[in-house]
Design a protein around this ligand. Structure first.
Ligand code: SAJ
Length: 427
């Protein structure tokens, strides 16, 4: 089939490339002319392991082409962002999905399959169907007619991890949620072309909820770890030791505390559930507030540590939202480092091997970007914010004598001097 992927971001572009690799001709649609031109040259505008080679190959073989204008296709895959509305209430904004559906509606013909992949509040796929049905009264839509509908519509969320997108796109199991069982079967046949994991059919609303639940589950579990770290700080316990020991229980598996939860999904998706059931979500809300609160707890402890060492140079290790990636958006590490930089100015040095320059909010703070070796030679206070491998491998000998606040627990051998755990102060 001819495939059209709407939205060429972190999910859309790898998806388009993998479908193209399976042999289907793919048109990738994006609102940005820059993105379209970049891809048509065989280049990419985002960083992801092995993606450049794959895109280059499928563009060269004529299987992937990008455009700002939609064309007829047999399968449409929508992978556009669903951010918060700017109302300050964490309300989901599905306007990009509806804009994409409007474009797709204009190109629809009998027999087409429309698949939504964007993380969406429960009911969005049906809302999208209603919109397309209004725009195309000449077609019969699923769930609205007792006759065989002219088009099929399904919700099939992605569940890939940044840094492992290509591998996980192919190998992860997927939920395939049809507006009707027939829609699910049509979508299933499509995903079977390029997914090796199991594809499990369900209805669209259950698939929408499943996606949100997966990320809320992780958020709640990280919140538990973060709450433990704050309790341990208060009680003078080593949270890493406590978690390590508790996880020896055959049915306990506590996640890792950190400076808060970042990224574009785990700190966002739980709110989509809360929005749909505001009176029934005390736990999910509490997790959000614990994880956001952890960021401020880390800032307070880092400030206390720096103030206890008035003449020392400070190094903040890491800005990325998690280990070993170059994504600095929605990053608690970046937020914490910027607060430290604003407060302590020229004493502050930032180490981020994945950044070529400091983000905009560091301008005028006096903070400088340096490499890990310089930091180890010149800084006496180290604040670990990201568990990049390049930090993890620094041996104790090079950290000895320094005051260390290890928010990720990457250096369990760091001698503890005083204050609460979490604040690992070298003697
Ligand atoms: N984190 C911790 N402690 C942990 C694990 C993670 O503090 O033990 C933090 C990370 O440092 C990071 C944040 O949580 O700041 C999120 O990182 P992550 O690796 O847990 O997840 P993401 O945001 O990169 O990707 C998630 C994944 N969802 C789940 O694991 C349930 C991925 O499978 C989804 O496809 C993705 O969200 C998405 O697109 O929704």
């Amino acid at each position: 089939p001819q495939v059209c992927v709407v939205g060429l971001g972190y999910i859309g572009l790898p998806t388009a490339a993998i479908i193209a690799r399976s042999g289907c001709p793919v048109l990738g649609l994006d609102v940005s002319q820059h993105v379209v031109d970049t891809i048509n040259r065989g280049d990419i505008h985002i960083e992801e392991v092995d993606l450049h080679g794959l895109v280059h190959g499928v563009v060269q073989r004529g299987l992937l082409r990008a455009s700002t204008r939609i064309e007829p296709a047999d399968v449409f895959v929508i992978a556009v962002p669903t951010p918060f509305a700017k109302d300050g209430h964490h309300t989901p904004d599905v306007s990009y999905v509806m804009a994409a559906a409007t474009e797709v509606a204009a190109a629809l013909k009998v027999g087409d399959v429309v698949i939504l992949e964007s993380t969406s509040p429960v009911g969005t796929t049906e809302e999208m169907r209603d919109l397309m049905a209004r725009l195309r009264p000449d077609l019969k839509f699923p769930g609205q007619t007792r006759e065989t509908p002219d088009v099929s519509i399904a919700y099939c969320p992605e569940r890939v991890l940044p840094g492992r997108i290509l591998e996980e796109l192919t190998n992860n199991d997927r939920s395939i949620g049809g507006i009707t069982p027939r829609c699910a079967r049509k979508a299933l046949a499509f995903y079977k072309r390029f997914v090796r994991g199991a594809c499990i059919t369900t209805d669209a609303r259950s698939a929408e909820m499943t996606k949100l639940v997966e990320n809320a589950y992780r958020d709640v579990n990280i919140a538990f770890a973060n709450e433990l770290s704050m309790i341990s700080d208060r009680m003078g316990l080593d949270v890493w030791e406590v978690i390590r020991l508790a996880n020896r229980h055959p049915r306990v598996n506590i996640l890792q505390p950190g400076p808060g939860v970042g990224g574009h999904c785990i700190a966002v998706d739980p709110w989509f559930i809360v929005h749909g059931a505001p009176d029934d979500t005390p736990l999910i809300r509490a997790a959000r507030s614990v994880n956001d609160g952890k960021m401020h707890h880390v800032i307070d402890h880092a400030v206390a540590l720096v103030e206890a060492h008035p003449d020392a140079k400070i190094a903040c290790l890491g800005l990325a939202f998690k280990a070993n990636i170059d994504d600095f958006r929605e990053s608690p590490a970046r937020f914490v480092a910027a607060r430290i930089a604003r407060r302590f100015g020229e004493r502050v040095h930032i180490v981020e091997p994945y950044a070529a320059e400091l983000p905009i909010e560091f301008t005028d703070t006096g903070a400088k970007l340096i490499d890990i070796d310089t930091a180890l030679e010149t800084c006496d206070v180290l604040i670990v914010l990201v568990d990049h491998d390049v930090f993890r491998v620094v041996p104790l000998a090079e950290r000895q004598g320094k005051a260390v606040y290890d928010t990720r627990g990457i250096w369990p051998d760091q001698p503890v001097e005083a204050v609460a755990t979490g604040l690992r102060l070298a003697s």
